[in-house]
Design a protein around this ligand. Structure first.
Ligand SMILES: *Cc1c(COP(=O)(O)O)cnc(C)c1O
Length: 404
């Protein structure tokens, strides 16, 4: 059982006021809030052992290197990866996707096919389009249905010996749908395609086991799981990471450099050119410890309770329509009220200190599918409460009155 009042005390931002009202933060799918232990870890780094890693023989550099590598191992264990060098630390999910897409440019041939889903974030569409331009590969899209689920029969029909890569998000950021990735991975492997899963929206809610899933690549973002911004986690199977060429050249990723030829460092350093976000990575390890201490079962049970409660309360508002109605979804609710523009509602609700997201949520193809300009999105985390949901509902009633 999760004690939300105790949990809330861990997050200093939750006691601030916005527009004279206590903050109600329902934009967790864009970025999560940061507990004091994570903030402390960042302050501790800069106060006590700020120095560059993997280089100096001096004391501070050793200390920073040790803590950085311990964080990598923590991430490895959390995701149940076989080796710590299968964990590549990047600047974010976007950076990780680009790293993989760039690597595949030298593997794919003209006429090869890449399959993505209709539920993708722009960061999981644009890099593949760029890859297709570079390699002559063709992009195929798994369609979605009105509930916001992927159509699995259509997915199977897309697969052939030409399919080399399949990219799907674990959970849709715009609708909250949990995709059947285990099935997708299994079916893709049957025809020899590699699978990359964008787990940006899953990792805050569930404990992911990459070995059990058998994913070839899996991505997560620290800032969506109570960690700092600017840290991404890219898990890749050793065999794939060895095959892919490095993404960026620079310091830290080399073995020997001469003007005739440069040889690259081994994993994971081959993919980590330049000075990384040292404090951020160490703080990400602390964030993962923090989430595990609360427990992912407790987190998802409580968030499901919030989701059911909020869905029922919101549907009491006349003309409110929810987009994404799969039975398998996380605590994300995308909705519109009548023909009122989402932005107008977001602006009024903000006056009540309530943070919502409005717009296309970096997933324009989904909005086109529903023929709407965007939605209002409320996304809940384990530190939100039912009282906050009540505040949202009453603010929405007021906004609706003002706007219609
Ligand atoms: C947030 C998000 C991204 C982008 O992640 P960054 O770490 O901010 O680059 C990609 N995909 C999904 C599904 C997301 O929710």
């Amino acid at each position: 059982m999760l004690n939300v009042e105790t949990v809330r005390k861990d997050f200093p931002i939750l006691s601030r006021k916005v527009n004279g009202q206590p903050l109600v933060y329902f934009d967790n799918a864009a970025t999560s809030q940061t507990p004091q232990v994570v903030i402390d870890a960042i302050v501790d780094y800069y106060s006590n052992y700020n120095s560059n890693i993997h280089r100096g023989v001096h004391f501070l550099s050793q200390e920073a290197t040790d803590k950085y590598e311990i964080a990598r191992q923590k991430i490895q264990h959390h995701f149940n990866a076989e080796y710590s060098h299968e964990i590549i630390l990047t600047a974010g999910v976007t950076a990780g996707i680009n790293l993989v897409a760039n690597g595949f440019a030298s593997i794919l041939k003209k006429g090869d096919e890449i399959v993505v889903s209709a539920l993708e974030h722009h960061s999981n569409i644009v890099p593949w389009q760029m890859l297709c331009d570079k390699s002559g590969a063709i992009l195929k899209v798994i369609p979605m249905n009105l509930e916001g689920e992927l159509v699995m029969d259509a997915f199977e029909a897309l697969l052939s010996t030409k399919t080399k890569l399949v990219f799907v998000n674990h959970i849709s950021n715009a609708l909250g749908t949990i995709n059947p990735i285990k099935q997708i991975i299994k079916k893709s492997h049957r025809i020899g395609a590699a699978v990359l899963i964008d787990g940006a929206q899953a990792c805050p809610h569930i404990k992911v086991d990459v070995k059990q899933l058998d994913a070839d690549f899996y991505l997560a973002s620290a800032h969506k799981m109570c960690g700092p911004t600017g840290v991404g986690i890219l898990y890749g199977k050793q065999q794939w990471l060895t095959k892919l060429p490095p993404y960026q050249g620079g310091g830290e990723m080399i073995d020997q450099v001469t003007f005739e030829k440069t040889t690259y460092a081994g994993l994971p350093h081959k993919f980590e050119a330049g000075t990384p976000n040292i404090s951020g990575v160490i703080a990400t390890g602390v964030a993962i410890d923090y989430l595990n201490k609360i427990g992912f079962d407790a987190i998802s049970n409580y968030e499901n309770e919030l989701l059911t409660y909020a869905t029922n309360q919101l549907l009491a508002i006349e003309d409110l329509k929810i987009y994404g109605t799969s039975k398998n979804k996380t605590s994300v609710i995308s909705f519109n009220i009548g023909n009122i523009h989402p932005y107008d509602i977001g602006t009024i609700v903000d006056k009540f200190g309530i943070a919502l997201r409005t717009g296309h949520h970096c997933a324009q193809p989904i909005m086109d599918f529903y023929k709407i300009p965007g939605t209002i999105r409320a996304s809940f985390a384990f530190y939100n409460t039912k009282e906050e949901i009540d505040k949202l509902v009453s603010a929405l009633f007021k906004a609706k009155q003002m706007l219609s």
